[in-house]
Design a protein around this ligand. Structure first.
Ligand code: GLP
Length: 242
């Protein structure tokens, strides 16, 4: 695990952007794994800036998102598809056809969707660089504590902790999804590089368990200790307990 210590969230985003830039510049057909949540928004802003300065292009890039809420239409404003369009895709030269999320709604079979998502990733040649955030309970993607370390893309029920952490993103009265399709832990571990960004005090304990704790399904992010190329970009607050 390579730990990159940064002064603040902006600095962390700039450091993370360097890794994405290197991939986009060096690889002919880069395959990028993307994450949602508040943390990667700063990174996406950096990438949009680099694109506007003509330092990077997404024209030949394929992306796979970690997760998507279950039974939510892509056009829904709370879908992760909408999030990605607003935060990144609408602002760069990426071809929408090359952007993938594990969408499962309208009676689609979650098992089939999961299997097909894995097949699409394999057909693209695997993920070169997977961006990750971390939940305050140590989850990656929506692999909640006790998720199998050998898991693949599938349907997961969100924990009370995650629902409460994410409730800030929903207005009162709005229905908050309680299930999601997520890449599995083994899917994430297959990526050639993984880059986890954590910022803020609320992540400090999860970061401590990920970096200093035992490898355990109780802290899914701790499996990254076993990844050959794991980069962990932290601001001072997130790193305060290690
Ligand atoms: C969400 C996502 C994760 C994300 C995490 C932290 O529920 N499924 O991919 O890393 O929780 O989110 P945030 O960055 O908003 O703290």
């Amino acid at each position: 695990m390579q730990i990159v210590l940064c002064d603040d969230a902006d600095h962390a985003a700039r450091e993370a952007a360097k890794w994405v830039q290197a991939l986009l510049v060096q690889k002919k057909r880069p395959v990028l794994g993307l994450a949602t949540g508040t943390t990667p928004i700063c990174l996406y802003q950096q990438l949009i800036r680099l694109y506007q300065q003509k330092q990077i292009s997404f024209a030949s890039c394929t992306t796979f998102n970690l997760d998507e809420y279950f039974d939510i239409a892509p056009e829904h404003p709370q879908s992760y598809r909408s999030f990605m369009q607003h935060q990144l895709f609408n602002h760069v030269d990426i071809d929408r056809q090359n952007t993938h999320l594990p969408v499962c709604f309208d009676g689609q079979n979650p098992r089939r969707v999961g299997l097909e998502y894995e097949q699409r990733i394999a057909a693209a040649g695997g993920i070169d660089l997977q961006i990750l955030g971390i939940g305050s309970n140590g989850h990656i993607g929506f692999n909640e504590p006790t998720s199998s370390l050998a898991s693949r893309t599938r349907l997961k029920t969100l924990t009370a902790q995650t629902l409460s952490d994410n409730s800030r993103l929903f207005v009162p009265g709005e229905i908050q999804p309680t299930m999601a399709m997520t890449m599995g832990i083994a899917t994430i571990m297959d990526a050639r590089y993984v880059l986890l960004i954590a910022t803020g005090k609320a992540k400090a304990e999860a970061v401590r368990q990920m970096v200093c704790g035992p490898v355990s399904a109780y802290c899914p992010a701790s499996i990254l200790q076993m990844h050959e190329h794991a980069i962990v970009v932290l601001d001072k607050d997130a790193a305060s307990l290690i």
